[in-house]
Design a protein around this ligand. Structure first.
Ligand code: GDP
Ligand code: IMO
Ligand code: MG
Length: 429
């Protein structure tokens, strides 16, 4: 039995948290490998709802959680989230949560820069979560990031802050935003150090040992392939690679550790923030999907844009993301709809495309080519077996499988943990 990697196959919020929580019963360790607290994963277990941003969803099952080096960590957000979940009765301690000592930190200046830039972009804004994700990844690549391990070296911290502030204060001042003072930042980081350092370690050692002992690792992706900084709808993307291959580099393991790759897709499609969305619906059907699917962002509370399932887009995500099986969620939201459409390609300036081209103008101009399917009158809500699904719902799922060129191996029929139908166990594959 190998490992499993979960990634989003659309623009995020596909229900990765629910699927990771469900599969975590079969895993020993759950690892976050990219993104930061821009992610929002909602888990519903009985009458409890857990909202996780930075913490691996497996903690809800009492499984060991690891935050890999590929994640950008806001220490204040992390400690606040740990506190919130402890208050909900979860056990989170250095025994259950380990954090890569080489992971970069998000500081208040990153969020300030993120927001100042978005304000300066005006109508051309990306619609980021404003949490400093982009600026923190920029600093990592620019080799000036402050990392978890630096918290144990006050002198390193002090000299790194000098370089960081030289860069950021220049930018912030140029954008007309408030600048930061070194001593206050240094004091704050030194005060956080004793709370954070007990969680820190070279997690690659633990993960390598876990692999050697035959333990099962579940890699929990955040965001989704269409928000990937290389393969997504650039520049309306996040600042990390979200494809499955990142699980290895973002945790400190070789590529063979990734295991079976499960892509998560909604039975329709949503997006938060700006950017192209060819199958977006601006009519009452879009409103209905939003209402029935409770489509509001977990992190920012923003209304999610809604539209039909885009099979051309998911097929692309399957190919570039390395997806071997698809988990289709929120099928229940389509219950009772007379007619369903599936995007199968695009018409761009009179030319037909089977994929979304890379160019910004081409993406913005892409009109969907649809195939229309009959809806179903019965209910899929809460279904726990394939046999309980209306025949037309099965047809819809089967057509999606053909179009995206990947098997649907798991179905989710409500937010509740156990309202899940498993066709093929990814850990057994
Ligand atoms: P993630 O970011 O991919 O983990 O997804 P989010 O948690 O941000 O958003 C998915 C939302 O849909 C959450 O509120 C889930 O509770 C909910 N959800 C997940 N699966 C289903 C499902 O099959 N049906 C319905 N109705 N809701 C679901
Ligand atoms: P989960 O893990 C949906 C979007 C933002 C914005 C763009 C860039 O819950 O699926 P960023 O703050 O990352 O620089 O914003 O990416 N975005 C998400 N949309 N779900 C997410 O995470 C997202 N994380 C970032 O809305 O459009
Ligand atoms: Mg989410």
């Amino acid at each position: 039995m190998g490992n499993v990697t979960i990634i989003g196959a659309q623009w995020g919020d596909e229900g990765k948290g629910k699927v990771v929580d469900w599969l975590a019963s079969r895993a020993d360790i759950v690892v976050r490998f990219q993104g930061g607290h821009n992610a929002g994963h909602t888990l519903v277990v009985g009458n409890q709802t857990y909202k996780l941003s930075l913490l691996p969803s497996g903690l809800v099952r009492g499984k060991m959680g690891v935050i890999g080096n590929g994640v950008v960590i806001d220490p204040d957000a992390l400690l606040a989230e740990i506190g919130r979940l402890q208050a909900q009765g979860l056990v989170i301690s250095p025994e259950t949560l380990r954090i890569a000592d080489n992971a970069p930190l998000i500081l208040p200046l990153h969020a300030a820069l993120d927001r100042a830039r978005e304000a300066a972009r005006g109508v051309h804004k990306i619609g980021t979560t404003g949490r400093g994700i982009g600026p923190a990844y920029e600093d990592k690549v620019a080799r000036r990031a402050i990392r978890v391990c630096d918290l144990a070296e006050p002198e390193t911290l002090s000299s790194k802050l000098d370089e960081l502030l030289l860069h950021h204060n220049t930018l912030l001042a140029g954008l007309g935003a408030a600048t930061f003072e070194k001593q206050a930042l240094l004091d704050a980081l030194l005060a956080l150090a004793p709370q954070l350092l007990p969680y820190a370690e070279p997690v690659w050692e633990r993960l390598a040992a876990a692999r050697a002992s035959g333990a099962k690792i579940l890699f929990e992706g955040a965001q989704a392939v269409m928000l990937d900084v290389d393969h997504g709808t650039y520049p309306f993307v996040t600042s990390s690679n979200t494809v499955a291959g990142t699980a290895a580099s973002g945790a400190g393991l070789g590529p063979d550790a990734v295991g079976r790759v499960l892509g998560i897709a909604k039975a329709y499609c949503t997006r938060v923030g700006s950017g192209p969305f060819p199958t977006e619906l601006h009519d009452e059907t879009g409103t209905l999907l939003g209402e029935r699917g409770h489509e509001f962002g977990t992190v920012t509370g923003r209304k999610r844009r809604c539209g039909w399932f885009d099979a051309a887009l998911v097929r692309q995500a399957v190919k570039v993301g390395g997806i071997q099986g698809l988990a289709l969620t929120k099928l229940d939201v389509l219950d009772g709809m007379k007619e369903l459409k599936i995007g199968v390609g695009y018409l761009i300036k009179g030319e037909k495309f089977r994929h979304l081209p890379a160019g910004m103008a081409a993406q913005a101009a892409a009109l969907p080519i649809y195939e229309t399917l009959e809806g179903w009158s019965g209910s899929t809500r809460g279904a726990r077996s394939w046999a309980a699904l209306p025949a037309q719902a099965i047809k819809y799922v089967k057509r999606i499988e053909e179009l995206v060129e990947a098997p649907v191996t798991l179905l989710s029929t409500s937010p509740e943990r156990d309202d899940t139908i498993l066709m093929q166990d990814p850990f057994a594959a």
